[in-house]
Design a protein around this ligand. Structure first.
Ligand code: THU
Length: 131
């Protein structure tokens, strides 16, 4: 599975998002170390703050299926720029997928930009702070 394919999976996942309030469709495709993909789309709620981002839908699906080792996540949106994960998703990704995963941001033109999660979330809060 190369990252171009993973980007296509994220673009496809965007179509299943449910964003009736913002109308901003986001798709995420999370790649495990052994090559499995978990998809997510953002799911909005009439009580707006209960909305869940595409990235967290994909991560929670994977974790709840027993996955623990991840390689990358692709995020696609109709943003002409590159849609980066929000702060809450960066924290969740760091805790559950690790700071070394690649984050592939895919824009409307299917161009992509790749950063390590560690670059998006320097100095993270984590389990080591709780000991
Ligand atoms: N959203 C995501 O799904 N992922 C992001 O990385 C940024 C924002 C969603 C949340 C909400 O449904 C919509 O985009 C507008 O904020």
């Amino acid at each position: 599975m190369d990252y171009k394919e993973l980007a296509e999976e994220a673009i496809a996942a965007k179509l299943k998002a449910v964003p009736p309030y913002s109308n901003f469709y986001v798709g995420a495709a999370l790649l495990t170390e052994d090559g499995k993909i978990y998809l997510g789309g953002n799911i909005e709620n009439s009580s707006y703050s209960l909305t869940v981002c595409a990235e967290r839908v994909a991560v929670f699906k994977a974790i709840s299926e027993g996955e623990r080792r991840f390689k990358a996540i692709a995020i696609a949106s109709d943003d002409p720029g590159f849609c980066p994960p929000c702060g809450a998703c960066r924290q969740v990704l760091n805790d559950l997928c690790g700071s070394e995963i690649d984050v592939i941001m895919v824009n409307q033109k299917k161009e992509s930009k790749i950063l390590k999660l560690a670059e998006l979330l320097p100095l993270p809060f984590g389990d080591s702070n709780l000991k």
